[in-house]
Design a protein around this ligand. Structure first.
Ligand SMILES: Cc1cc2nc3c(=O)[nH]c(=O)nc-3n(C[C@H](O)[C@H](O)[C@H](O)COP(=O)(O)OP(=O)(O)OC[C@H]3O[C@@H](n4cnc5c(N)ncnc54)[C@H](O)[C@@H]3O)c2cc1C
Ligand SMILES: *[C@@H]1O[C@H](CO)[C@@H](O)[C@H](O)[C@H]1NC(C)=O
Ligand SMILES: *[C@@H]1O[C@H](CO)[C@@H](O)[C@H](O)[C@H]1NC(C)=O
Ligand SMILES: *[C@@H]1O[C@H](CO)[C@@H](O)[C@H](O)[C@H]1NC(C)=O
Ligand SMILES: *[C@@H]1O[C@H](CO)[C@@H](O)[C@H](O)[C@H]1NC(C)=O
Ligand SMILES: *[C@@H]1O[C@H](CO)[C@@H](O)[C@H](O)[C@H]1NC(C)=O
Ligand SMILES: *[C@@H]1O[C@H](CO)[C@@H](O)[C@H](O)[C@H]1NC(C)=O
Length: 495
């Protein structure tokens, strides 16, 4: 029996209001596409903003697609893409919906391919691998694996999609041992740009296997990831908050954990946050500890845990529970920008990039809903090593020793403040990048899942990698469907 597709039609608003850069004829192709998709399948009618549809950022929540389709199998995805090619209808692909710009994963006036029903979990008999549907979010993947006391290279927040997370890289508490999530994918099931299905691993298609590890949505629609399964039941994690006057000692401890003897214990990982609280006009500081075994107050965190804190959620618990806790701190809604810099570890630079944020926010601190936050974390040596193995990966990443990766998240309420917020973020990027260069510690790599829309993460992958990725893109997608001139234009494009 052929699995049914679910097509959710929405109200088509005037193209001028919603799709400034789309030609009206491509939208009329989408009307045709939606009616063909709906005619051939079961469907219900909903506008994309309501119904069972999780999108994190308000800029994407406000987008109206011609319709949203919820495929349930690889074959459904292939059928859908055939119809879209046939009608020249533009589209976007959504896994967890955490991207921040219209068209990244919710199509502006076209078809949104929402993978959320594709959440199969198939644990291999020897329990070293698991095949996961690309519509899982991290919580649903953890939940299925916990039944076996297994986990995988997953991130921190429950509602982040396995799709974008894994295709972009994937920083995990298991990264000190295994590297990023992308380097722990053994095989991809993918619907190629011509709607045929392929199984991609290092033997069947080494080029595409290279490209998919960091190459995001430039090569087709991934429907399943076969990933490393790791034995883990409950483990130690949680967050402590500190008054902002502790930021010097926290930066010193972070440096020591990144470069000193503590890092040799690969069960340990961490990140810390420095933010601004509009209500109190004060700064916030917190530190998240992770230890992948069920040990309370493990040795690497002894010094940190002697620093007086204001509150703590540290405990031994399941990944599902921790991921819900992280998620609750970053609820959906509001407008968000991300931006990132990478550098060789330095507590002084940690402080400098915080100071730059403090300086820059003075101009915009009254913006309604303004909430900037720096997330500072190590990119462990294992991540750099794992990326080089098996012929390297799209994401390049050559460095001697660990790096520090910083994410600036900025949240606000009103579209009328978009320009001011863009300026705030761009100024922070420019000055922070300059500071890393002045210190002789700059690294060009950018984590694509943290990069802002005006940054150039593929440039940071290195010229050789970029040329190779573009060659692979052109050969897999000669008609340019997944390029900036094609039907699937969202997120960062290679061509
Ligand atoms: C609150 C929060 C917490 C985070 N925590 C972490 C963390 O701990 N570690 C970490 O590494 N990152 C983290 N991130 C960053 C996260 O990895 C990226 O935002 C990621 O791109 C989100 O993926 P998604 O599937 O949810 O988003 P989506 O918007 O659905 O997808 C992002 C992009 O990937 C494309 N894409 C998704 N699935 C597919 C597919 N199957 N085939 C082809 N293209 C696809 C989409 O088209 C889109 O362009 C976090 C982000 C947020 C907002
Ligand atoms: C769409 O419209 C543009 C001009 O408005 C035209 O050049 C193009 O050929 C049209 N495309 C199709 C597929 O009709
Ligand atoms: C919403 O979608 C999720 C994921 O597909 C599913 O598990 C859940 O049952 C749905 N909820 C409703 C109310 O339909
Ligand atoms: C999971 O591990 C716990 C102990 O850590 C054990 O009690 C439980 O039986 C295990 N469950 C499975 C399914 O292996
Ligand atoms: C701001 O934080 C400092 C400590 O970092 C504290 O002494 C001060 O009282 C706080 N101010 C407000 C308004 O909360
Ligand atoms: C948007 O800005 C206006 C004017 O600054 C303010 O009154 C309003 O509350 C803001 N809206 C939201 C949702 O914050
Ligand atoms: C689809 O694209 C793949 C990859 O380029 C190619 O190998 C295959 O022959 C194409 N299939 C068809 C039917 O065109």
């Amino acid at each position: 029996m052929k699995p049914a597709l679910f097509v959710i039609l929405s109200v088509l608003l005037p193209a001028s209001a919603l799709v400034p850069r789309q030609e009206t004829n491509s939208t009329s192709g989408c009307v045709q596409a939606c009616s063909r998709l709906a005619r051939n399948s079961e469907y219900t009618t909903h506008s994309p903003g309501n119904g069972n549809f999780s999108v994190w950022d308000a800029k994407q929540q406000n987008v109206r697609s011609a319709c949203r389709v919820e495929p349930r199998s690889t074959e459904d995805v292939s059928t859908t893409l055939s119809v879209l090619l046939d009608t020249s209808c533009h589209f976007a692909v959504k896994s967890g919906g955490h991207a921040q710009n219209p068209d990244d994963s919710v199509s502006v006036g076209g078809v949104t391919i929402d993978l959320q029903r594709m959440r199969a979990t198939e644990v291999f008999p020897d329990q070293t691998r698991v095949k996961l549907g690309a519509g899982h979010n991290l919580h649903s993947a953890y939940e299925d694996l916990e039944r076996y006391n297994l986990t995988t290279l997953g991130g921190r927040a429950a509602s982040v999609g396995l799709g974008g997370y894994t295709l972009g890289g994937g920083l995990s508490h298991l990264s000190p041992v295994y590297g990023l999530a992308k380097d722990n994918v053994f095989e991809y099931e993918i619907v190629l740009p011509n709607a045929t299905v392929a199984t991609v691993n290092e033997h069947t298609n080494p080029d595409l296997y290279f490209a998919l590890r960091g190459g995001m949505n430039n090569f087709g629609i991934v429907t399943h990831f076969t990933m490393r399964a790791v034995r883990q039941a409950q483990f130690y994690s949680g967050q402590k908050s500190y008054s902002a006057d502790k930021r010097d000692i926290i930066a010193d401890i972070a440096y020591e954990l990144t470069t000193g003897s503590g890092k040799s214990d690969t069960s340990m990982s961490f990140y810390y946050d420095f933010g601004y609280d509009q209500e109190t006009d004060n700064y916030t500081l917190s530190f998240t500890q992770e230890y992948s075994r069920p040990i309370l107050n493990p040795r690497p965190f002894y010094r940190l845990n002697r620093v007086p804190s204001e509150s703590s959620t540290l405990r031994i618990d399941w990944s599902t529970s921790f991921s819900r806790e992280v998620d609750s701190a970053t609820p959906p809604g509001g407008r968000n920008l991300f931006a990132t810099v990478s550098y060789y570890p330095s507590s002084d630079l940690d402080r400098q990039i915080q100071d730059i944020m403090i300086e820059e926010l003075q101009y915009v601190k009254k913006t309604p809903g303004f909430l900037p936050n720096l997330v500072i974390q190590p990119l462990y040596e294992a991540s750099i090593r794992a990326s080089k193995e098996r012929g390297g990966s799209a994401a390049g990443l050559h460095a001697d020793g660990p790096l520090t990766v910083v994410l600036l998240t900025t949240l606000w309420n009103n579209a009328s403040d978009d320009d001011a917020m863009n300026n705030f973020v761009n100024n922070w990027v420019e000055k922070s990048t300059a500071a890393t260069k002045d210190a002789g510690k700059h690294h060009p790599w950018m984590y694509i899942n943290y990069a802002g829309k005006e940054q150039d993460p593929y440039g940071g992958y290195g010229e050789g990698n970029l040329q190779r990725l573009r060659r692979i893109q052109s050969s897999v997608d000669p008609d340019g469907v997944f390029t900036s001139k094609g039907l699937c234009r969202g997120f960062f494009k290679l061509l």
